[in-house]
Write a protein that binds this ligand. Structure first.
Ligand SMILES: Cc1cc2nc3c(=O)[nH]c(=O)nc-3n(C[C@H](O)[C@H](O)[C@H](O)COP(=O)(O)OP(=O)(O)OC[C@H]3O[C@@H](n4cnc5c(N)ncnc54)[C@H](O)[C@@H]3O)c2cc1C
Length: 269
């Protein structure tokens, strides 16, 4: 069994290689896909390298951020204009993983991984995608719910509006500190208008196969002051719509039961 390593000179060419060969995989930082190869996934016959595709830029302009799919967690953590995401990026793996793990790869990571995707979902990010024949910009929520559809496309970047100071919160619950996988993660965008929450977005990681929105919690928070009564109301519906898995990090039962506690802590700030 041979493994071919190839380079594409554009995202479109890379997408073409993926769509014409079911054994081809695109490589971001390789922390997942190369591990799959070395652990014996014989379905992978060709690795399409991503260097040189120009997907490694970070642009911040007029309150919007655009992060290229090849940008690593280490670069996000160090970027002065991305301070709202810095602690999310710092909680992903150890230093060696963060130096390689990319934004694009995180969008495809299966639960309990995909912590950055959770934060980006709460921030209502858009994803720019290029296939062999078309280009598209799609809401991350739609991208995550139809991820299989993008298996032969290349993610080029994610874009989102930077949150106002103090409006964005993220918590990752781990059993093995400091670099364990998520028991669960929670990201919340909590904009305030006249002291009341307006258009909250709350997202979970490891509570479903991909990052998911906590719509019942968002509804409980809408138009309310963030006081004890509101937080209790939100915590009471925290597990609605969740479908966590059992894995070596936690059982589905444990995840469901600790979720309201951690949500309440996050909302209390
Ligand atoms: C020890 C260890 C600890 C980890 N800890 C965490 C953690 O705490 N939190 C967490 O979220 N993750 C964690 N991960 C998982 C992983 O490192 C990250 O999710 C990372 O962001 C994946 O990115 P990558 O570039 O390495 O992906 P790759 O391995 O390169 O790719 C993963 C998948 O995404 C596809 N892909 C990658 N980039 C693109 C693109 N631009 N367009 C289309 N498809 C693409 C690949 O084809 C592949 O199918 C950990 C991994 C390891 C090995």
């Amino acid at each position: 069994m041979t493994l071919e390593v190839v380079r594409a000179d554009s995202p479109g060419k890379a997408a073409e290689m993926l769509s014409t060969d079911s054994g081809a995989r695109f490589v971001g930082g390789g922390t997942i896909v190369v591990r799959n190869v070395t652990s014996g996934d014989v379905g992978i016959r060709r690795l399409v390298l991503s260097d040189g595709l120009g997907l490694d830029q970070i642009r911040v302009n007029g309150g919007r951020a655009k992060i290229g799919a090849a940008v690593t967690m280490a670069r996000i953590a160090a970027h002065p204009a991305l301070s709202s995401l810095a602690h999310v990026a710092r909680e992903i793996g150890g230093p060696a993983v963060r130096a390689m793990a990319t934004v694009g790869g995180n969008l495809f990571a299966a639960a309990p991984y995909g912590d950055l995707a959770v934060a980006l979902l709460a921030l209502d990010a858009e994803v720019a995608v290029e296939g062999a024949r078309d280009k598209e910009t799609v809401a991350l929520e739609k991208f995550l719910s139809t991820r299989w559809h993008y298996a032969t496309s290349i993610v080029k970047s994610v874009s989102f509006t930077l949150p106002a100071e103090g409006a964005f919160r993220f918590a990752k619950v781990m059993r093995r500190h400091p670099h364990g996988a998520s028991v669960l993660s929670i990201a919340a965008l909590l904009p305030l208008s006249d002291g009341k929450v307006k258009s909250a977005r709350v997202a979970y990681g490891a509570m479903a196969p991909t990052a998911m929105r906590a719509k019942a919690v968002e509804q409980a928070l809408e138009g309310a002051t963030l006081d004890e009564a509101t937080i209790a109301k939100a915590a009471a519906v925290a597990a609605e719509g969740t479908a966590p898995a059992s894995d070596p990090f936690a059982s589905d039962w444990y995840r469901r039961n600790v979720l309201p506690v951690h949500l309440a802590r996050l909302l209390k700030g």
